[in-house]
Design a protein around this ligand. Sequence first.
Ligand SMILES: C[S@@+](CC[C@H](N)C(=O)[O-])C[C@H]1O[C@@H](n2cnc3c(N)ncnc32)[C@H](O)[C@@H]1O
Length: 366
Amino acid sequence: MIPKHSQQEIKGPYRARGTSVFYNPQMVFTRDLTIAVVEHFIEEQKKPAQKMKFLDGLAGTGVRGIRLAKELKTKSEFDVVINEGNPEAIDLIKTNIKLNSLEDHITVENQNLNTLLTSTKFQFIDIDPFGSAVSFFDNAVRCVRPGGLLALTSTDTAPLCGTYVRTCKRRYDATPAKNEYMHESGLRILMGAFARTAAKYDIAIEPILLYSMDYYFRLFLKVTKGARRAEEMLSGVGHIVHNRSNNHRYSAPEPESNDNVYSIGPLWLGPLNDSDFVSSLNVSRNHFGSRTQLKKMCSIWPEESEMPPWHFDINNVASKLKIQPRKFKAIQQILVANGFSMVPTHFSPQGFKTDATMEDLRKLLK
Ligand SMILES: C[S@@+](CC[C@H](N)C(=O)[O-])C[C@H]1O[C@@H](n2cnc3c(N)ncnc32)[C@H](O)[C@@H]1O
């Protein structure tokens, strides 16, 4: 069912057909990326005091945990725990471990993830739920060893991007908006909510990489301890105030609202990734089915990391300014010549990030 070598993850098909076990071949991008992130994390560790432990918390077929063990076992000494709540999946996971001769590296648990997260600590935890990761976050962030990594997927983009406003308020205590940068603000609301939760426990989370793709958000977070660190982290949480009529936006510590403006947040206003970490990822391994796309993303992510916490859409800007849309390069030439930065954004092929305001764009492009 699971490929002996991840090369076969590219070719498939090896769905868990005929069982209730979940497997999605389209998620190969995030699984390849996870291998690259954990590989670099291992390289950065200075001789860990004890053998590291990694957790694939919501495993399905076990493909993530098996790939970690198989592809990184020569890099360091570590154990993998694969946990899955569906008892039907357990035999399948064990078979897959055997097929890959990884019995000495992996143990299998059949627990509710929240129970498991209260019993052991890990250096790396991957949580890949159906829908929101929110119900696992409190336990997960306390279960990561200081300096360790927490990776979370969330597929509830509709509430976070403003389709279901009340759900977003209930789940994340934040107000979303449906506009040209809703995928970015949705991802930032998620990060902001997790930062506020971590702070309750005097824990700080720092984005190694936050990204949005297709129908999901993914967060790789470095977890550290300390009230002061948590306090500093919270200074990166605030609001975006957006002007309905002229498309101007700015960040503010508190929400503002009147006939002209609405506010989005609380959300994360800080960097989207650790650009040095992301630039150092080895994503060109031959067996990575998504390596072309990964290479492209790894060239875009670091550049957009420190830019303002929103982006513009070429067509939307043109429509607001009542001008013909111009090509990315043409706009970039004008902005750069006038002392501004402009970079592509992974959130949208038609999008761009810039330190120019909407008023600057009006003056320069109209
Ligand atoms: C999206 S799937 C995981 C897919 C897998 N990580 C992959 O890459 O193919 C989510 C899995 O979590 C399991 N699950 C859901 N809630 C759980 C819980 N509270 N504890 C343990 N497992 C749970 C489901 O049975 C399902 O197999």
